[in-house]
Unconditional design. Sequence first.
Length: 439
Amino acid sequence: MRGTLGNCAGGTTPWGTVLSGEENFNGYFRTPGVSKEDKRYGFADKPTSRRWELDDARFDTRNPDYANESNRFGWIVEIDPMDPTSTPKKHTALGRFKHEGANVRIAANGRVVAYSGDDERFDYLYKFVSKGTYRAGSGKADREHNKTLLADGNLYVARFAGNSPSSEIDGSGKLPSDGAFDGRGEWLPLVVDGKSAVPGMSVEQVLVYTRLAADEAGATKMDRCEDVEPHPVTGKVYVVCTNNSNRGVGANPPVDEANPRRQNRDGHIVEITEDGGDQTATAFSWNLLLVCGDPATNKSAYFAGYPADKVSPISCPDNVAFDSSGFMWLATDGAPSSIGYNDGLFRVTLEGPERGKVEQFLSVPRDAETCGPVVRDADRHVFVAVQHPGEEGTFEAPHSYFPDYVPALDAAGKAVPAGALRAPRPAIVQVLPAQHAKK
């Protein structure tokens, strides 16, 4: 395997392992940059920001000895935290692209279904269906069997079709005449029963150059699919499209009903219902649950029909979690650049008369990203990761002191000069009810 890098979000499996997505791996390699494969994956013949290629020749694929080195990365990695002697495994059957993560659901027929998004403008949504079936037992043999399920199966990519006239999808975000962005979709096969379903490409080519295979298949180009999570109760799948400021600009792909806004700076949430409630189905219906934004300044913001003047402004959704009551929780990344508010964590109602209601739960510090929410409402606490607080500041003029919050004081009680302060640091925050926090 020779290591893992660019790890972003992940997921947990029913058998107790962790899935980690290798995301922006192209930034670690200097390559010839001339092949269609290099170009499609963002590789280039220029110094990288990390300069690893100066220290380790494997990160410079211009050297023929390492021509395929970059192909080692861009995978979902399964890690067993219960066995410190185990070796993490890269699951090539799930395809190679900028994985935000992968999330698993067991279908009614016992097959394991993993959903994953490619976190790049105009890239795709994928689904993997295992060949083998899940064993519900708790014995060692059952667990070892389940750890093989992501190694062999069928790989699909999504194509969305809207049900509104194209003239009504004008890029403004205005709802079409039927009152919703919705339609039908299909899972286009890339690999089925161990054979390539893409003419002119072998199985190996499909799995290593999955983006090119999805191009050939005719998948729908999305506005940065990041987290993709099946609801633990309803089985509906929620696809977080963070943003895409290039949508409909110049020669870039135009708007469509699943990505209806030109220069989509605020992002949206796609809700997918697999046909018959079967996670292994090859067709689905879909709608946009949220078209994000600040309703006070963005009239295209939409909240599943819930009154826009009764929601919290939200932009650039990124990570998803669910609580025991069925609410969805959204962590954001990039809101300050679009709506002017810090990123935060939001609760979203999915069912009933308040469907689409968005309520802000917390805000993270300036310049920080909210990520990795873990909601344990039964235990009355929430965990959230605060990434890169104050990253737009400098040591001399910091934008944040997090997690210290205020300038440090010296022994005499005087403020320490800015140059002597500790830089802001990322942290994991646990949020407790007020009565617990006082103890």
